[in-house]
Design a protein around this ligand. Structure first.
Ligand SMILES: [Zn+2]
Ligand SMILES: [Zn+2]
Length: 176
């Protein structure tokens, strides 16, 4: 399994915060084999989980390292992961759950293993909340110098334009 990809998917899950089975299926657009397993129960479990996970992203954004670690550890205790070796694509690799797991258990396990690995490998302040208010989307920062501040290119350019306009206003009509 590719842990960094799972960390990115965890951010996508928090941002999607699926409200109904249709929204969850849309989040799983590239994993068609899971679609028919989605139940309202998965949706309820994932919504609760997304709220908890957002708090971890916020702690990381605010550099509250102890809260990041404690938050992830609490979730790991509540959602034990059962790794299994799979060969479905011809190469032995790890999955975070076997085929009998619910969609919610699978996504929760992937998110937690992805984020736990990211925090251990790259550090506990690599999770963020977009700085382009009012956007509240979360992201995972895998940039070499940990410089990411926005959820997307779109928010980044929106923030740059706003900063440019603010500077120009200050230069033209600034306080006398
Ligand atoms: Zn696989
Ligand atoms: Zn954003």
């Amino acid at each position: 399994m590719d842990f960094l990809r799972y960390a990115d998917q965890a951010a996508a899950l928090v941002n999607a915060e699926p409200a109904d089975p249709e929204a969850l299926i849309a989040h799983l657009a590239d994993r068609e084999w899971l679609h028919e397993q989605v139940t309202p129960r998965d949706v309820r479990a994932l919504r609760a989980f997304c709220g908890r996970l957002r708090a971890v992203f916020e702690a990381s954004e605010e550099r509250r390292v102890a809260d990041v670690v404690a938050g992830l550890n609490e979730l790991l205790v509540e959602h034990p992961v059962t790794p299994v070796i799979s060969d479905h694509d011809g190469v032995l690799h790890l999955h975070v759950a076997d085929r009998s797991a619910s969609v919610a258990d699978l996504l929760v396990g992937e998110a937690l293993m992805g984020l736990a690995t990211l925090v251990c490998d790259l550090g506990p302040t690599r999770l963020g909340v977009c700085s382009a208010a009012p956007c509240r989307r979360v992201y995972v920062d895998t940039s070499p110098n940990a410089s990411r501040r926005y959820c997307s290119e779109r928010c980044s350019s929106r923030a740059n334009v706003a900063a440019f306009r603010a500077r120009r206003r200050a230069a033209v009509g600034g306080p006398a």
